[in-house]
Design a protein around this ligand. Structure first.
Ligand code: ZN
Length: 314
């Protein structure tokens, strides 16, 4: 038995050394019958209800915590009505919708999805961070989050448009780091000194920031692929559809058609991509990036009228 001092978990350590994170780090960890979790030197000390104790090295648990907060959720996790991506809001921030529409075959009928549709274009009329956050994250609505991947800017002040531009001060962010309104991010931010002591080089992060960055990278790759085509009219195109799962246990169906005759090509000029394979929402990111790498430009299938009949049949 080590004679190093046993200490209780501080604010940050309580989020890191949880039974789920210990299980993520150690496959054989039995997370039942735990009385309490302490720290002892380099280890996490597990006290069982029967009085027995075990130790687990802290390092892999920190790694598990970090990779969990940085994980990339599937492409449809944060799309709003009509595959709407993050919507520009004020202060360099965006409204990020939870993917209620795509969670389930009847997802579009849920109260959350209906509220999203009703509110999607109205958030821009509110300009208070607290108010928008409260509305997005209320227990009843749970519509999404406010996110500022390039830092949150102070609210705009009234301007005299006839004054000289030379006197304009630099735009200073009120918070220069990537920011998100979600609970996980805010917990990290509120306990940042304690997190920084525990994890070297710590920066608050969340799954929404990971998703946003990936989405933005995808848009820029798409523009790139499009710009490489003569007159910005690509001949290599992909049309995609998504059919959410019919129950909460299975995966959805991600369907891809491709052509080398341009997005407006008639139905006769399109083919299934890898017809023998079954793609789900978990394949979407990789498929998008691979197709753009090969010079194909993706289009949501529903934006191509000539293909609607094909999809209904399948
Ligand atoms: Zn977040």
């Amino acid at each position: 038995m080590s004679n190093q001092q046993v200490t209780e978990l501080d604010a940050a350590q309580k989020f890191i050394y949880t039974r789920t994170n210990i299980r993520r780090a150690f496959n054989d960890f039995d997370d039942t019958d735990i009385a309490d979790i302490y720290l002892q030197g380099e280890d996490c000390l597990i006290l069982r209800r029967d009085g027995s104790q075990q130790t687990y090295n802290r390092e892999p648990i920190k790694v598990a915590y970090t990779s969990y907060t940085h994980r990339l959720k599937d492409f449809f996790s944060y799309l709003g009505p009509n595959y709407r991506g993050p919507s520009v809001w004020h202060n360099n921030a965006y409204v990020l919708f939870k993917g209620w529409y795509y969670s389930h075959a009847l997802g579009h009928l849920t109260p959350n999805a209906r509220l999203q549709a009703a509110w999607a274009d109205r958030f821009i009329h509110l300009n208070d961070v607290q108010k928008v956050t409260a509305l997005l994250q209320s227990d009843q609505a749970d519509l999404g989050h406010l996110i500022a991947p390039d830092g949150l800017r102070a609210q705009d002040m009234p301007i005299d448009f006839n004054s000289s531009l030379d006197t304009v001060e630099d735009v200073k962010p009120i918070f220069g780091e990537p920011w998100c309104s979600c609970g996980s991010y805010q917990q990290q931010l509120n306990n940042i000194s304690s997190f920084s002591q525990e994890i070297e080089g710590f920066k608050p992060w969340c799954i929404h920031l990971s998703w946003f960055n990936k989405y933005r990278e995808m848009l820029s790759k798409r523009t790139e692929a499009r710009n490489q085509a003569p007159n910005g009219t690509p001949s290599k195109c992909v049309a995609w559809w998504y059919q959410p799962p019919s129950d909460h246990l299975s995966d959805g169906l991600f369907k891809v058609l491709y052509t080398t005759y341009g997005a407006q090509a008639p139905v006769s000029h399109w083919r299934n991509y890898k017809p023998d394979e079954h793609f789900t929402q978990n394949h979407a990111w990789d498929l998008f990036f691979n197709m753009m790498e090969a010079g194909y430009v993706p289009f949501p299938g529903r934006s191509l009228p000539q293909l609607q009949s094909v999809v209904k049949k399948q």
